[in-house]
Design a protein around this ligand. Structure first.
Ligand code: ARG
Length: 491
């Protein structure tokens, strides 16, 4: 059959190059299932509104189900997009007098945004499940390392002792916010533009609420012009994915650094490593490096999206077709990265003895020593900071004697005279008591860590239920749609 779209207004068929340049067929693989669902829902609604008759409705629905079964490969890829290719396949199957009625009261403009939203909704629920798994794995590992000392860093310099649990939970906290942002974005993705037609609504008596419900959307994008023009939900999601990739790349960077011989804090499982083609001894943390690198995909997708959308006049412009593949690239990358990170964390070997030994290297207990001096002698913190700083500069082991001689220079008197004892100094220099003292909300003290973990795990359980609810709404909408389709097919 000749091209059903171009046979009226246009003369020349497109040559290969122009077709390839303008077609979205390849990227439209992402919305094949969604497009069928949208066609099914629209057709059911057309019947219910008496816009098409029973027999035509039944034939269109049967045809659509067959196309669904045959899969995307059976479609004609010489069409400019999936919507028109699918309609053409339907017309091949059931004839134009029947199949040619499906697109009544609709445009590809409202259709495509509905499809993107449906497919993206699935991706977002998948992503939520994957973030859940990663957070869960971080918690399991943290539980095992509540007492595992390690050096905490600022400026990548040893700063103060902390625990591995505390460090892992810091990453989890960031991922928890990513989770919230995905949920938030979901609420703006899950609204239905269908029924807006090209942009100016339609004179057909459609029931927009009905198609919204059949597709399991939470609400309607009412203004028909906004409905077809807006891609802010893509920018929002791409931004959420970017933030998330940045968080993951920071974790990945630590895995790279921690598995170096200089650090030797962990060893990644061989699954995630590569070796050198020339240096036989090498075990390289390639998977983590690639995760750092793939962050560029998400950042790039976001930049493409904002650039494409900037300055577009209302309403639909074909530029928008170029926006869509960016969201698929980005979501594919972020979802894979979350899954891979989960595996890397779950399987890595931790070296607790190295972590503990390193926890005091570089006078990491200096802050606690200064704090102890303040609490025990009553001198100002700034003065104690100077005294301890002088010891650090000399690289001296901070004994009572050394502290007193520094104090005499700074203060003109000794701190032992103000009540500081050898025992207090010893306590202050002990990393275990350092940690124990940091029991304020969010600190690394084991008792506080246990409280924190149990609170966060309870919240994570709630998140699990929220995911299940979302999935349930989507799945039951689709089951319901198929049940209705089967009814109308028989009629
Ligand atoms: N494939 C297009 C897209 O992804 C939808 C088609 C709208 N085309 C048009 N000429 N109005 O945006």
């Amino acid at each position: 059959m000749s091209n059903i779209l171009r046979r009226g207004r246009l003369e020349a068929a497109q040559n290969e190059e122009i077709l390839r340049y303008t077609s979205s067929m390849e990227a439209d693989r992402w919305i094949f299932d969604a497009d069928i669902a949208v066609d099914l829902a629209h057709t059911v609604m057309l019947r219910e509104q008496d816009i098409i008759n029973k027999e035509d409705c039944s034939k269109i629905l049967s045809g659509l189900l067959r196309i669904r079964e045959e899969g995307m490969e059976k479609l004609d890829f010489s069409y400019e997009d999936i919507h028109i290719s699918l309609e053409s396949r339907l017309i091949d199957m059931v004839g134009e007098d029947v199949g040619g009625r499906m697109h009544s009261g609709r445009s590809r403009n409202d259709e495509v945004s509905t499809c993107i939203r449906l497919a993206l909704r699935e991706e977002l629920t998948g992503l939520l499940e994957e973030i859940f798994a990663l957070r869960n794995t971080l918690f399991s590992l943290a539980e095992k390392h509540i007492n595992t000392l390690m050096p905490g860093f600022t400026h990548l310099q040893h700063a103060q002792p902390t625990t591995l649990a505390h460090h892992l939970c810091a990453h989890e906290a960031a991922l928890g916010r990513d989770f919230d942002r995905v949920q938030d974005a979901f609420s703006r993705v899950n609204i239905c533009p269908l029924g807006a037609a090209a942009f100016a609504s339609t004179g057909f008596n459609l029931n927009r609420k009905r198609t919204q419900e059949l597709l399991g959307f939470e609400g309607l994008l009412e203004n028909s012009m906004d409905a077809v023009s807006s891609r802010d939900y893509l920018i929002e999601c791409a931004s959420v994915f970017t933030n998330m990739m940045i968080n993951l790349s920071r974790m990945a960077e630590e895995l790279v650094v921690w598995s170096s011989s200089e650090f030797n804090f962990i060893e990644l499982d061989d699954m995630y490593a590569s070796t050198s083609s020339i240096m036989p001894q090498k075990k390289n943390p390639d998977t983590a490096e690639l995760m750092r690198g793939k962050t560029g995909v998400a950042v790039g997708a976001l930049m493409s999206l904002v650039t494409i959308c900037k300055g577009l006049p209302l309403s639909y412009n074909r530029d928008l077709q170029e926006a869509t593949p960016n969201i698929w690239r980005s979501v594919e990358t972020v979802r894979a990265s979350v899954r891979v990170m989960e595996g890397m964390i779950r399987t890595m070997r931790v070296h607790p003895e190295v972590l503990a030994a390193q926890s005091v290297v570089g006078f990491t207990t200096a802050t606690e020593l200064a704090d102890t001096i303040v609490r025990e002698t009553g001198i100002p913190f700034r003065t104690a900071h100077q005294i301890v700083g002088m010891l650090a500069k000399e690289g001296e082991k901070p004994t009572m004697e050394k502290i007193d001689s520094a104090a005499k220079i700074v203060l003109g008197k000794s701190l032992s005279g103000l009540g500081l004892t050898e025992n207090m100094i010893k306590e202050a220099l002990d990393p275990v008591s350092n940690i124990k003292r940091r029991k304020l909300t969010g600190g690394p003290a084991p008792e506080e860590m246990r409280r924190y973990l149990s609170k966060r795990q309870t919240e994570l359980e709630l998140n699990k239920q929220e995911i299940a609810t979302l999935k349930d709404i989507i799945d039951s909408a689709f089951e319901n749609l198929l049940a209705i389709v089967n009814e109308y097919r028989k009629a």
